[in-house]
Design a protein around this ligand. Structure first.
Ligand code: B1H
Length: 843
C-alpha cells in the first residue's frame, strides 16, 4: 500500500485533525502529532515511516504507562505474593502490534494513521526486533510474560539489557554464515523506561574473610564495584488493565572512572576499567546449548542475579515483614541454570547482611527458588571452574562449599558408605580444574524442579538427576509442558485465520484467545459436507494460500527470488544444531532431487511440487553447524537453477531468522519439520506454533511432538524414526560394531557420495560434515534416514486428497488448546508459586 496520495502534507494532517473530532481517534491523532512535534522535535508534515512509527509507539506507550503505574501501585498496596522469572534471555520480537492488540486499539490507530497518510503494516515493519535471546528458551520467557499479564498474575521478569542482541546473520557469496553485530538500540527504544534512581552496586573479585565465631558469616570486600541501572519494559496484558514489568539491568562504572588509577597518573588503565564495567551487559552470548566457561559470562550471571535479588529484597523489606516470611511473598523461577548464582547470593545476603543463621537462611532459600531444566544434552550442562569462581566470587565459592559439605553429610547419612554416590552427587566435580555443577546446585537449592515436556521430565528424573530423585524423593520433580502465546502466534501473525475462527465460533475473540480449548468448536466443521462446513473449509484453505503468497512476496522483496506458491510449503526453522538434524532434512532434499533427475518429464509431472524453507543461525564457533548452512545454501542454488526439476523442487535459506520472520513463515507452512534424534529436544515450541496455524507436523517421537500427537491424534501427524530407548544401543553399535552407510541405507550413501563428488560445489569442503555421519553418527542419521523418507512419501500421498488435508489441518488447530502458554503459566502459578490473579481496579 505505498502508492497512496502524497502523505504527510500539511493539508492532509490538518484535515485529519478536523475529521477526528471527538472520540478515541481524535485523541490518538492529537497524541501522535504531539509526539512528532515534541518528543521527536520534527515538523508534523515532514516525517517518514520510521518517524511515524516512533510517534505512534510513543502514543501507545503513554497509554501503557498509565496502566503500568496502576498495576504496580496496586501490587504494592495490596502486598500480594509475587513471582519473578529470572532469565538470561528474553526473545521479545516486536512490540507495537502486540501492545495495540492488548489495548484493543489497533483499529483506531490504523484509521488515524491512515488519515495521516500512513499504512499501519508499513509502520509495524519499521520496528526492530528485541532479540535478546538465542532461541526457544528465550522465546518461552517472552511467551510466559505475555501470559502472566493476560491472566493478571503479579509476575515480573528480570534479565539483562544487552546492547547487542543475537548477531545478524549474513550469507557470504560462497554460502558461509557471517555474523554482524545487532545494534538494536541505535534507534530510540520507545518500549523501555530508564530508572536512573533504581541502581545497585555489584561487587566482583576482592577477598572474603570468614568470621571466627563459627557463625558461617563472612565479610567480602575490595575488588571491583559495578553499578546496575534498571530499565523497565512494560508488558501489557491482553484485554486487561494489568501491565507487568520486565526489568533489565545495564552495567556501568560506579563513578565513571577508577579514582585510584587517576591518582596514580594511569589514565589509560582508569578508562579501561570503566570499559570493563560497561562490557558486562554489552552482548548476548550466542552459544545456545554449549557452555564456554568465559569469565565475562560468569560476570553477567552474577551481575544480573545480584542486582535482581537486591531489588527484590528491598521491595520485600518495604512490606515490613520478618525475613522468615520471604517465601510467602516471593517465588523465583530459574530459567535453566543460568541464574543459579542467585542461590548462594541469597544465602550471602541473609547470612552476611541480615544476620540470619545458616539453617534458617537455607530454609528461606529452598522455599523461594524453583528450577526449570531445559536440556539433558551433556554439552549444555553448566559447570564453572572453581579457580575462576574463586577469583571472581570468593564469597560465593565459600558458600557453595558449605552447602556441599552439609549436603554430602546428609547423603552419607541416608546412604552410609556409598562413596561413588557421594562423588556422583557432589556439587564439585573432581578434575583439573575442579568444577561447580550448576544443575545440582539449582536442584538442591530449589523447592521444585521441572522439565518442559513429559518425555523430557522423565529423562531428567532418570538420567541427569536420578541420584537426586533417590535422595530427595520424587515429589520434588515434576513436569510443566511448554506453551506459546496465542496472541502473537495466532491472532497477530495470522489475522485472517483469527478472524475466521472468531466468526465461526460466534464468540468474541477475547474469549477464545484466553481459553484456547474453545478452538475445539471448529471440529464439527470437519465432519460432513453440509454447505456451511464446505464453505468453512474452502475459506480455511484460501487463508493458507494467502499466507503462502505473503511469504512468497517477502522472499521476492528480500531475496529477489520467485516462489511457486502452488507447491507444498515445507518449513524447518530453528537454531542450527546437529541434534536437531537439519542434516536429515538436507539429505532428504538431495535424495528427492536425485530421484526427480532420474525421472522422465512425464513422470515428473505427476510429482507433488515442493518448496523447502530453512531458517537457522549457527553459533559462531560451531564449525559443523556452519558447514551445514553452507551446504543448504549451495544445494539451494543448484536446485533452483535446474530447469529439469525446479518446478517440482526448490529450496530457500532465509537469512537472519528471527521472531518477526517466524511470524511470516509459520502461517504459510503446509508441513513443518521437528526431527531431532529421539530424546534430545526437550520440548520444542515452534512445533506448537505451526500446528496452531494449521500446519501439519513431520517429526520424531520426541519432546512436545509426542503430546501434540496425543492431542491432535496420530493420524494427523507424520511420525518416523527410532524411539528414545533405542538410541543408546544404536550409539553403542555405531561405536563398537559400525555398519557402513552403504549397507544400512543405500539411499543415504548415494546422497553422501553426490555431495562428496562435488555436485553442489567443492566436495572436499563438506567432508568434515559427511564424516560425522560416516563415522560415529552420534545423531543417528543413518538409522532414521529410510523411515524419514517413508514419512515424506506419506506426506505426498496424503496431500493428494486436498479435502482430507484441510480437515487434518483444522483438526490440528482445533486441538491445540493445551499448548497455550496461559495453561503452562497457570500450572507454574498454582502448583509452584502459589500466586493468584490480581485484577487491577479502574481507579
Ligand atoms: C533450550 C537451551 C539453552 N534448552 C544453553 N537449553 C544456552 C542452553 O546460552 N546458553 O548457554 C541457551 C539455551 N535452550 C531449549 O528450551 C530446548 O532445546 C527446547 O527444546 C525447548 O523448547 C526450549 C524451551 O524450553
Amino acid at each position: 500500500g505505498k502508492e497512496r496520495w502524497p502523505r504527510g502534507d500539511e493539508a492532509t494532517w490538518r484535515a485529519a485533525m478536523r475529521e477526528a473530532d471527538g472520540g478515541d481517534e481524535a485523541s490518538i491523532a492529537r497524541s501522535i502529532i504531539g509526539h512528532v512535534q515534541t518528543s521527536l522535535a520534527r515538523e508534523a508534515y515532514n516525517i517518514d515511516d520510521l518517524g511515524a512509527y516512533q510517534a505512534a509507539a510513543l502514543a501507545v506507550r503513554d497509554d501503557m504507562i498509565l496502566n503500568w503505574n496502576k498495576t504496580q501501585v496496586h501490587y504494592n498496596k495490596t502486598q500480594v505474593k509475587r513471582a519473578y522469572y529470572f532469565s538470561l534471555e528474553f526473545l521479545m520480537g516486536r512490540t507495537l502490534d502486540n501492545a495495540l492488540l492488548a489495548l484493543g486499539a489497533k483499529k483506531p490507530y490504523t484509521n488515524t494513521l491512515d488519515r495521516l497518510g500512513f499504512n499501519m503494516e508499513d509502520l509495524l515493519d519499521q520496528e526492530r526486533d528485541a532479540a535478546l535471546g538465542n532461541g526457544g528458551l528465550g522465546r518461552l520467557a517472552a511467551c510466559y510474560l505475555d501470559s502472566s499479564a493476560a491472566q493478571e498474575l503479579p509476575v515480573w521478569g528480570y534479565g539483562l539489557r544487552y546492547k547487542y542482541g543475537i548477531f545478524k546473520q549474513l550469507i557470504a557469496p560462497d554460502g558461509q554464515q557471517l555474523e554482524a553485530p545487532d545494534p538494536w538500540l541505535d534507534n530510540q527504544n520507545p518500549w523501555e523506561l530508564v530508572r536512573l534512581d533504581v541502581t545497585y552496586e555489584v561487587r566482583f573479585y576482592g577477598t572474603s574473610k570468614r568470621a571466627t565465631d563459627g557463625s558461617g558469616r563472612a565479610v567480602w570486600s575490595g575488588g571491583q564495584e559495578v553499578l546496575a541501572v534498571a530499565y523497565d519494559v512494560m508488558i501489557p496484558g491482553y484485554a486487561t488493565r494489568t501491565t507487568n514489568n520486565l526489568r533489565l539491568w545495564e552495567s556501568k562504572p560506579k563513578s565513571g572512572f577508577d579514582l585510584q588509577s587517576f591518582n596514580a597518573g594511569d589514565y589509560e588503565h582508569a578508562v579501561e576499567s570503566s570499559n570493563s564495567a560497561a562490557a558486562i551487559t554489552s552482548v548476548l552470548y550466542p552459544n545456545d546449548h554449549t557452555t564456554f566457561g568465559k569469565e565475562l559470562r560468569l560476570k553477567q550471571q552474577y551481575f544480573w542475579t545480584a542486582a535482581s535479588l537486591a531489588d527484590i529484597v528491598r521491595r520485600f523489606k518495604n512490606l515490613d515483614k520478618p525475613l522468615s516470611e520471604f517465601p510467602q511473598y516471593v517465588s523465583i523461577q530459574l530459567n535453566d541454570t543460568h541464574p543459579t548464582l542467585a542461590i548462594p547470593e541469597l544465602m550471602r545476603i541473609l547470612l552476611d547482611e541480615e544476620d540470619v543463621p545458616w539453617a534458617a537462611a537455607w530454609k528461606i532459600v529452598t522455599n523461594t527458588f524453583f528450577y526449570t531444566n531445559h536440556t539433558v544434552l551433556p554439552e549444555a550442562l553448566e559447570k564453572w571452574a572453581v579457580p575462576l569462581m574463586e577469583q571472581i566470587l570468593p564469597r560465593h565459592l565459600q558458600i557453595i562449599y558449605d552447602i556441599n559439605l552439609l549436603f554430602l553429610q546428609s547423603v552419607e547419612k541416608k546412604f552410609p558408605g556409598d562413596r561413588d554416590r557421594l562423588a556422583r552427587m557432589s556439587l564439585i566435580e573432581e578434575g583439573f580444574p575442579k568444577q561447580v555443577r550448576m544443575a545440582f546446585l539449582a536442584c538442591i537449592g530449589s523447592h521444585k524442579v521441572n522439565g518442559v515436556a513429559e518425555l523430557h521430565s522423565e529423562l531428567v528424573k532418570t538420567t541427569i538427576l536420578k541420584d537426586f530423585v533417590e535422595f530427595e524423593g520424587i515429589s520434588k520433580f515434576s513436569n510443566v509442558t511448554n506453551g506459546i502465546t496465542p496472541r502473537r502466534w495466532l491472532d497477530q501473525c495470522n489475522p485472517a485465520l483469527s478472524a475466521l475462527i472468531t466468526k465461526t465460533l460466534g464468540i468474541d475473540k477475547k474469549i477464545w484467545l484466553k481459553n484456547l480449548d474453545r478452538l475445539e468448536g471448529l471440529l464439527e466443521y470437519t465432519e460432513d459436507n453440509a454447505a456451511r462446513n464446505k464453505a468453512f473449509r474452502a475459506r480455511w484453505a484460501e487463508i493458507k494460500q494467502a499466507n503462502k503468497e505473503r511469504l512468497a512476496h517477502y522472499v521476492q522483496i528480500h531475496l529477489g527470488l520467485t516462489i511457486n506458491t502452488n507447491a507444498m510449503f515445507d518449513v524447518q526453522i530453528k537454531r542450527l544444531h546437529e541434534y536437531k538434524r537439519q542434516s536429515l532434512n538436507i539429505c532428504g532434499v538431495i535424495h528427492r532431487y536425485l530421484t526427480l533427475k532420474g525421472m522422465t518429464p512425464a513422470q515428473r509431472k505427476k510429482v507433488n511440487p515442493r518448496v523447502v524453507f530453512f531458517g537457522a543461525k549457527a553459533a559462531p564457533g560451531y564449525y559443523i553447524a556452519k558447514l551445514i548452512i553452507r551446504l543448504i545454501v549451495n544445494v539451494a542454488r543448484v536446485l533452483n537453477a535446474d530447469p529439469d526439476t525446479k518446478d517440482y523442487l526448490s529450496m530457500y535459506f532465509i537469512p537472519d531468522y528471527s521472531v518477526s520472520i517466524a511470524e511470516i513463515l509459520i502461517p504459510a507452512s503446509d508441513i513443518s519439520q521437528h526431527i531431532s534424534t529421539a530424546g534430545t529436544e526437550a520440548s520444542g515450541t515452534s512445533n506448537m506454533k505451526f500446528c496452531l496455524n494449521g500446519g501439519l507436523l513431520v517429526g520424531t517421537v520426541d519432546g512436545a511432538n509426542i503430546e501434540i500427537a496425543e492431542a491432535v491424534g496420530e493420524s494427523n501427524v507424520f511420525f518416523f524414526g527410532h524411539l528414545t530407548p533405542a538410541v543408546e544401543d544404536l550409539r553403542y553399535q555405531h561405536t563398537y560394531h559400525p555398519i557402513p552407510v552403504e549397507q544400512k541405507s543405500p539411499a543415504l550413501a548415494r546422497v553422501l557420495d553426490e555431495v562428496s563428488s562435488g555436485r553442489f560445489g567443492d566436495g572436499w569442503v563438506y567432508e568434515p560434515f559427511l564424516n560425522t555421519i560416516r563415522e560415529g553418527d552420534y545423531y543417528l542419521i543413518t538409522d532414521d534416514f529410510d523411515s524419514y523418507l517413508a514419512a515424506l512419501d506419506m506426506v505426498d500421498e496424503a496431500y493428494l486428497d486436498k479435502d482430507e488435508w484441510v480437515k487434518k489441518s483444522i483438526r490440528t488447530t482445533a486441538k491445540m488448546g493445551k499448548f497455550s502458554s496461559d495453561r503452562a503459566l497457570t500450572e507454574y502459578a498454582e502448583s509452584f508459586w502459589n500466586v493468584e490473579p490480581v485484577p487491577i481496579p479502574k481507579n
